[in-house]
Design a protein around this ligand. Structure first.
Ligand SMILES: CC(C)(COP(=O)(O)OP(=O)(O)OC[C@H]1O[C@@H](n2cnc3c(N)ncnc32)[C@H](O)[C@@H]1OP(=O)(O)O)[C@@H](O)C(=O)NCCC(=O)NCCS
Length: 389
């Protein structure tokens, strides 16, 4: 008789070598394997110690984990998992779902059962919107593929960008009635100490367009005196970049929230490299850009937010602070040899800045959403209740 597949909630482990830690590492292994299959590398899969710190509860949200196991008892093999983030400061009606099924157990309804269970758990907590994220590599088509897709693709309502429905993640999301709200272009740039002169020249040329600003950088917490300005800028990351068809409540940032995020990063061993522009006349910060390097991946940097306040746009501050921050990164963490960034496919300004910095397209990421109320409880057929599953 075939072993049954059972679903189970995993209590959030606090350490890798404590209760639940080994199961968590197994789940991370499934995500790593899926990343390698989808993209040909595991650059985008952060280490287990970084992730375990990321899923600890805080005043701003908590995670829940569902696993699918094959077999009975403590030896039962984990063949799939859903790691779900439940934000609690805002967006209390939604949940972000990361889903994976081990390659050899796919197309047997395991992913659907996990999604169904997550949907039920979310609904019990009044969460009716589920968000999913799917990535598809462009490494074999490069820049041309980003602009001229092959057939069998889905575009969001905005028409910007596309996602191939051939890949498992997008096919699964589409099959379960998720709407493609936004397509992000993922881009990568090689970087090395030899690039410093070219970056310095970009920075200098950009600085000619706005003389009333001075740049400052740090690697570590935001200086106390700048916390209020910094929060005012970063919270615009939820309102200013194009969001396509996605709808969500913008996050509100203040000192305690910023310090909570910084503490989490310290626990993860994440280094953050920030460059800001300060307006000389007012003394206020008006722009920021941030790169992060995760513990255990010291050759990779990831672009976090970049934003110039509206009244200071048009002075090439975006390019200037980014070129400067790349230089700071090289000085602080010289082992970094590539940087990843994501931009909404319609964010032509940011894409142009990134192209000037040497980025080229490497993947397309789909941001999908499904509002499940009141449909979720009624569509058990669509969400996989297969015999024996
Ligand atoms: C996406 C994923 C979780 C699906 O898990 P799964 O257990 O294979 O999913 P199911 O068997 O429940 O598939 C349900 C339906 O989704 C669609 N689907 C899933 N994988 C597909 C694929 N490779 N090609 C086409 N359709 C697919 C089909 O309609 C399928 O129904 P069918 O098998 O009756 O045709 C799995 O492929 C995976 O782990 N991928 C890598 C991680 C990932 O992309 N995560 C993002 C999830 S949105």
């Amino acid at each position: 008789m075939p072993e049954p597949t059972t679903l189970q909630e995993l209590a959030i482990p606090t350490t890798l070598d404590g209760p639940g830690g080994a199961a968590f590492s197994t789940i991370r292994g499934l995500f790593r394997q899926a990343g390698i299959e989808e993209l040909g590398h595991d650059d985008l899969v952060t280490g287990d110690s970084v992730e375990i710190a990321r899923i600890q509860p805080s005043a701003y949200g908590r995670h829940l984990i569902q696993v699918a196991r094959r077999g009975q008892g403590p030896e039962a093999e984990i063949i799939g998992a859903a790691v779900v983030f439940l934000p609690s400061a805002e967006n209390r009606q939604s949940a972000d779902v990361d889903l994976v099924v081990a390659t050899r157990w796919r197309r047997q309804g395991v992913g659907s059962r996990l999604l169904r269970r997550v949907a039920d758990r979310c609904l019990e907590r009044g969460r009716t919107v589920l968000n999913l994220y799917t990535g598809v590599s462009l490494d074999h088509g490069g820049e041309e593929a980003a602009d001229r897709p092959v057939e069998g693709v889905l575009r969001p309502d905005s028409g910007a960008g596309w996602i191939s429905l051939d890949a498992p993640g997008p096919a699964f999301a589409h099959r379960h009635g998720f709407t493609l709200g936004l397509v992000d272009r993922g881009s990568r740039a090689g970087i090395g100490i030899d690039d410093d002169a070219a970056l310095a020249s970009l920075e200098e040329r950009a600085s000619a367009s706005g003389t009333g600003y001075v740049l400052e950088s740090w690697t570590g917490p935001v200086p106390d005196d700048d916390v209020a300005d910094y929060c005012r800028i970063i919270e615009r990351m939820d309102t200013d970049p194009p969001a396509g068809g996605l709808s969500f409540e913008p996050s509100r940032w203040d000192g305690p929230r910023l310090r909570t995020m910084e503490a989490r990063r310290r626990n993860q061993g994440t280094t953050s490299v920030v460059t800001v522009a300060r307006e000389l006349a007012s003394g206020h910060l008006v722009a920021y850009t941030e790169l992060v390097v995760f513990n255990g991946q010291d050759h990779l940097a990831f672009q976090e937010g970049t934003l110039v306040l509206p009244e200071h746009r048009g002075h090439r501050l975006g390019l200037r602070i980014k070129a400067s921050n790349h230089r700071r990164l090289l000085q602080a963490l010289p082992r970094v040899d590539r940087i990843y960034t994501w931009n909404a496919a319609e964010n032509s300004y940011m894409l142009r800045v990134n192209e000037a910095l040497g980025f080229s397209p490497s993947m397309m990421e789909g941001e999908w959403a499904r509002t499940g109320d009141p449909a979720w409880p009624n569509d058990r057929m669509a969400l996989g209740t297969r015999p024996g599953g």
